[in-house]
Design a protein around this ligand. Structure first.
Ligand code: SAH
Length: 256
């Protein structure tokens, strides 16, 4: 079988640079069952299979890629699943802790990270290639323009490392944007010190109007919770991009 024809709708940009592929696989600390998201033609898979500390499973949505992997790699039966990562019941597949790795389809990279958050206590490590901008956003500290919802939510639970940038020439077909590899390692936090669901709501609502003082976007929420009195406090005069995880925890407690 010849190579897989790249399908734009599936975010298919195949990595062709072997050094980069190896560096991504090397970035995984390992020692855990591991799920590769979107293996495509297996450029990462080949190196993952070499690692004896990794029990690999793969999820790929594209039938043509699945057929390619089945014909080019041994032992794919029982490891490779055809389907949508976003719909996968991860707790069934991995009763214990597991890691995630992949050159993620860029059109769903944020959704992939939101799903990681849903399973944060089962996922100690993620190594992923994403759009450079998304990588920067996720790794960014407060005070920067790109600091956003995913930065706060992920940094609450993970240590984030921006590992390296990958130019578009390393892919076929080349994407329009640069890419970057990041590593997420679960931190030691076991609870936030506030209501978790409300924390998420507060972060998402605050960044809904990121250029405004938080008093504006959070007013309806405060009123609905009978907490109008706290809106005069100084913290509500800041913009969301200035707040650390701890600040958002404090803010959540004010509104609880
Ligand atoms: N890992 C390969 C392919 C990266 S492109 C490489 O580095 O070359 C992204 C891959 O994710 C494609 O193979 C695409 O088919 C797959 N994909 C896209 N959406 C997916 C989804 N929802 N679930 C699983 N795989 C998906």
């Amino acid at each position: 079988m010849t190579e897989v024809r790249a399908k734009k709708a599936l975010g298919q940009h195949f990595l062709t640079d072997q050094k980069v592929a190896r560096a991504i696989v090397d970035a995984l600390h390992g020692g855990l069952p591991t799920l590769e998201v979107g293996p495509g033609m297996g450029v990462l898979t080949q190196y993952l299979l070499e690692r004896e500390d990794i029990d690999l499973k793969l999820i790929e949505i594209d039938t043509e890629s699945v057929e390619y992997l089945l014909t080019h790699f041994q032992g794919m039966q029982g490891k490779l699943m055809e389907g949508d990562f976003l719909r996968l019941k991860l707790e069934k597949l991995f009763p214990e802790k597991f890691a995630i790795i992949g050159n993620f389809p860029y059109n769903i990279s944020s959704q992939i990270f939101f799903k990681v958050l849903d399973y944060k206590d089962s996922i100690p490590e993620v190594v992923g290639m994403v759009q450079k901008e998304v990588a920067e956003r996720i790794a960014e500290k407060p005070g920067s323009k790109t600091y956003g919802i995913l930065s706060v939510l992920l940094q609450a639970w993970y240590d984030i490392e921006y590992l390296f940038t990958v130019g578009s020439g390393c892919f076929a077909p080349p994407p329009k944007v640069e890419s970057a590899v990041i590593r997420l390692t679960r931190n030691s936090r076991t609870s936030l010190g506030c209501d978790e669901a409300l924390f998420k709501t507060v972060v998402k609502t605050a960044f809904g109007q990121r250029r405004k003082m938080m008093r504006n976007p959070l007013k309806p929420l405060a009123l609905a919770r009978g907490k109008a009195d706290v809106l005069s406090q100084d913290i509500f005069s800041q913009r969301p991009e200035q707040l650390s995880v701890e600040d958002f925890v404090a803010l959540t407690n004010l509104l609880d």
